[in-house]
Design a protein around this ligand. Sequence first.
Ligand SMILES: NC(=O)c1ccc[n+]([C@@H]2O[C@H](COP(=O)([O-])OP(=O)(O)OC[C@H]3O[C@@H](n4cnc5c(N)ncnc54)[C@H](OP(=O)(O)O)[C@@H]3O)[C@@H](O)[C@H]2O)c1
Length: 303
Amino acid sequence: MKIVITGASGQYGRSATDKLIAKGLAKDLVLISRTPTKLADRAAQGCDVRYGDFDKPETLAAAMAGAQKMLLISGTRVGARVVQHKAAIDAAAAGGVKHIVYTSFVGIHPDNPAVVTRDHSATEDLIMASGCSWTMMRDAHYADAMIVMAGPNFIRSGQWLTSSAGGREAMVWREDCVDSAVAVLTGTGHENKIYNITGPDLQTFEEVAELITSITGRKVEVVQTSDEGMYAMWDAMGIPRKPVDDQYVKGIPWNSEDMVTFEASIREGWLEVATDDVEKLTGHKARSVRQMIEENAQMLRSV
Ligand SMILES: NC(=O)c1ccc[n+]([C@@H]2O[C@H](COP(=O)([O-])OP(=O)(O)OC[C@H]3O[C@@H](n4cnc5c(N)ncnc54)[C@H](OP(=O)(O)O)[C@@H]3O)[C@@H](O)[C@H]2O)c1
């Protein structure tokens, strides 16, 4: 059973590949990249590394040929990636892929203001209409993004600026998202199912900031502002409002419209989703935000 993985060179894709190789599946993996040399280590491990570019649909048929399953890891150009996903889905369906596992997002609803959920909603619709069976991995907000990536900045300034206004979400470890997707790819009975892959606890940013403060001893205070206040902060940092490309700008892979509408979505309660789907799929409990802060306490303290 060949499994094609898009975004195989990224953080999620590398982790998924590691876990599938650990299950003895190296020779069943087809890994796609615009720069296959990035995945030379994977070729050496026995994986089939192929060139493919979402922006060049003509490259995708050969990239996916012979695969029966696809792990479609969503692209990084939030707000402008549905066309990329469509190219991948069309090529997969035409090439005989039978089952698409997609990294989606929690809280999909037409009234949800988060740009990220609109992309995922449109992509889910395309997958459901593709003729392939599917599994939607609706991942919650990564705890990694707020603790490991943004955490040092909160500590440096002592402030966590947000317009979330006390809304709650159950942030999840990316590794738990990957574990869940691997369980789906290697298990049975997951066709045409939607999973909400969340952490164990619904928390406000204030509660998370209190955990950071108490565990690291470094004071982080949440400062509530408006969406305009959030745009002003990102503008001052030189972060583009709209998606420009798939590259990081000053360490940030997303645009500010994505991030500000995300905060609005938390504020309005759309991301208030907590399930035990991680445990159901993987057999282990979803790890908590507290655990992530504890594991990274040394790094956070030393900022
Ligand atoms: N739930 C959350 O809070 C959350 C947070 C962050 C991310 N995510 C999701 O996880 C996804 C993956 O994140 P990540 O951290 O693994 O991203 P990443 O490390 O930045 O990797 C991005 C991947 O996308 C591939 N890619 C980019 N443009 C492409 C194109 N035109 N054609 C083919 N492949 C392309 C890249 O492959 P090459 O460069 O090798 O071609 C790379 O492997 C994100 O897009 C997002 O949907 C979710």
